[in-house]
Design a protein around this ligand. Structure first.
Ligand SMILES: Cc1cc2nc3c(=O)[nH]c(=O)nc-3n(C[C@H](O)[C@H](O)[C@H](O)COP(=O)(O)OP(=O)(O)OC[C@H]3O[C@@H](n4cnc5c(N)ncnc54)[C@H](O)[C@@H]3O)c2cc1C
Length: 305
């Protein structure tokens, strides 16, 4: 950590956010929605991190989209399920903070941005155990039209190849049977031909399909919302070090275009650079019970964060 500003001070903001996964983009969106001046920095040329390539399913018991569909699968059931799953590993303070705040967080996003969700209807991992749910406690981002990002669409990290068919068309789990049997009903035929025509038209103009789902839709929704709030994302801008002034973190040293510079933060610096589950040292420090001799953190073990 450095405490002398021997780098050029070129920029300032209320809040600096490092990382463009769900964690960083949420922090940026909330700070900007609360009226703060925010800058987001991403080390790669593309936004989204692991989040953009993920399944994008959020386990949020009690979230409004779940209660609308299955009012009986609420927070109480999730608490009992988690207590059974976690056993001796439980930390009640974390459990209550998670159960209390996470539905509220989803409401906040829906009220302040285009980051909106639907019930994912994925079963719990252990749906057969006491208080497990077959319809689940998960939500997923609503599909998003990548064309709404304009030129920023090229900045969105693409999904993993397994989530795409026919040169970049994202297909939802429920759409697979319909596309495999387009002639089984008039509705299937209409929907299948509609999706294929949209994709063909997309491919005349874009490198991949613009109908975005799961983790890719989630990041696209954040990018769109942040652009509406006027929050810039600086690409290929890597956090190098934190800057300290008067005993507090007051900025960061970033490297961009081969130059290092100090960016000062009036209110705070958010580190959301991911990589925890891939890092053996971080897992050893933060996640009790995971394997530390392998890059597979959860195989065959219970995990307590
Ligand atoms: C295939 C797959 C499917 C998954 N499915 C799910 C799922 O359905 N549900 C679920 O809950 N979880 C899922 N996960 C896990 C989940 O995706 C991650 O836990 C989550 O996306 C992490 O988000 P994050 O914001 O912390 O980090 P990330 O999304 O990884 O973002 C971190 C960002 O920080 C940037 N960065 C790193 N270092 C610097 C630096 N020095 N300066 C500036 N920027 C930096 C990175 O380039 C990256 O863009 C899945 C993971 C994978 C691999």
């Amino acid at each position: 950590m450095v405490d002398t500003p021997d780098n050029d001070i070129e920029e300032q903001a209320d809040v600096l956010v490092f990382g463009t996964g769900a964690a960083g983009l949420t922090a940026a969106l909330v700070a900007a929605s609360e009226g703060l001046d925010v800058k987001v920095f991403e080390k790669s040329a593309l936004a989204g991190g692991t989040t953009a390539t993920s399944g994008g399913s959020l386990w949020v018991p009690g979230a409004a989209p779940i209660l609308q569909r299955t009012p009986d699968v609420g927070v109480e059931q999730a608490r009992s399920y988690l207590l059974g799953e976690l056993g001796d590993w439980v930390r009640h303070d974390l459990l209550e903070a998670f159960l209390g705040a996470s539905p509220e967080a989803i409401d906040y996003l829906a009220q302040h941005s285009e980051v909106r969700f639907a019930h994912a209807t994925n079963p719990d991992y252990h749906a057969d155990r006491p208080f497990g749910s077959a319809t689940g406690h998960a939500i997923t981002a609503l599909p998003f039209d990548g064309r709404m990002l304009g030129a920023d669409f090229d900045r969105l990290k693409p999904p993993r190849a397994v989530f795409m068919v026919m040169g970049g068309m994202m297909v939802g789990r429920r759409e697979i049977p319909m596309l495999l049997r387009p002639f089984s009903s008039v509705a299937n035929f209409r929907r299948s031909t509609g999706l294929l025509a949209r994709h063909a038209w997309d491919r005349l103009r874009y490198r991949r399909g613009t109908r975005l789902l799961i983790g890719n839709a989630l990041v696209a929704r954040y990018m769109y919302s942040l652009r509406q709030l006027g929050v810039p994302i600086l690409y290929e801008a890597r956090l190098i070090d934190l800057y300290q002034e008067g005993g507090r973190i007051a900025g960061a040293i970033i490297e961009k275009d081969g130059r290092r510079r100090l960016v000062k933060a009036r209110r705070g610096v958010v580190l959301a650079t991911g990589g925890v589950s891939h890092s053996v040292p971080l897992r050893s420090e933060l996640m009790r019970g995971t394997r530390t001799n392998t890059r597979w953190p959860m195989k065959g073990r219970r995990v307590m964060v």
